[in-house]
Write a protein that binds this ligand. Structure first.
Ligand code: UDP
Ligand code: MN
Length: 251
């Protein structure tokens, strides 16, 4: 059977949330044997996300866990200051461990943020991963592309301007793991303690992964199949003024 792709997406309630989730769901609808694990950063599952998932036509699991306020990014903070989506991705890992049987688990886990751009080819590339697959990510780290360095079909290091000495200097969007790794390392998780930029490295290290385990995808890591696009903050200046006046912004 075709292995299942488990796509893990943390999401939080901001004005652009629904637009991002609609766009992502439209991409995922093209991918066979996919199970979307959507985890809201909230105490409760929202009606907005529930309805969107129900109507999407996708196979999905809907979870929620709130990031405690002291770990939340404040409006004035730069984006890199706090890790985002950490508890949410961990909730998805726990769900997989609680709901899949090791003996017949056949699939791949991919951490797909709600605002990136995913080529359909990416999912074809990742489906047969036996351990950990890696590939380039576009528009990230202040450069056009970050990617694994490949020699003779093996990963030898990382092409990235920032800390290429990290064990796995990849963005979240640049790798996927066989679900057996998740089940066989029941305590491996993302850590809010991780030094910034080390979430990916710290997770893969806990799973006992080494460079030799990495499966090189996307034509020896020469093709960009995913982009770390970022949705611009919605301009709601007028909306806010009208709210203060107690009037609807549009009629
Ligand atoms: N996210 C979240 N809670 C937050 C901020 C972000 O769950 O307080 C999610 C967000 O929806 C996205 C992922 O975490 O799926 C990464 O966040 P974002 O895209 O803002 O980060 P960046 O692209 O800057 O790394
Ligand atoms: Mn993002």
């Amino acid at each position: 059977d075709l292995p299942t792709i488990f796509v893990v997406t943390p999401t939080h309630a901001i004005p652009t949330q629904k637009a991002d989730l609609v766009r992502l769901s439209n991409t995922l609808l093209h991918v066979p044997n996919l199970h979307w694990l959507v985890v809201e950063d909230a105490d409760h599952k929202s009606e907005l996300v529930s309805r969107l998932l129900r109507r999407s036509g996708l196979v999905y699991t809907h979870l929620s866990v709130a990031t405690p306020p002291e770990l939340k990014l404040q409006p004035k903070d730069p984006r890199w200051k706090k890790p985002r989506g950490v508890l949410q991705r961990n909730a998805a890992l726990s769900w997989l461990r609680e709901n899949l049987e090791i003996v017949d688990a056949n699939g791949v886990v991919y951490f797909a943020d709600d605002d990136n751009t995913y080529s359909l080819e990416l999912f074809t590339e990742m489906r047969d991963i036996q351990s950990v697959g890696v590939w380039p990510v576009g528009l990230v780290g202040g450069v056009m592309v970050e990617r694994p360095l490949v020699d003779n079909g093996r990963v030898t290091g990382w092409l990235t301007p920032w800390r290429p000495d990290r064990a796995f200097a990849t963005d979240m969007a640049g790798f996927a793991v066989n679900v057996r790794l998740v089940l066989n390392h029941p305590t491996a998780s993302f850590s809010i303690e991780s030094q910034r930029g080390f979430l990916e490295t710290d997770l893969l290290t806990q799973m006992g992964v080494t460079l030799d385990d990495l499966e090189v995808k996307a034509d020896l890591c020469t093709k960009v199949l995913v982009w770390h696009t970022q949705t611009a903050k919605a301009d709601l200046k007028i909306e806010k003024i009208m709210e203060q006046k107690g009037k609807p912004a549009t009629n």
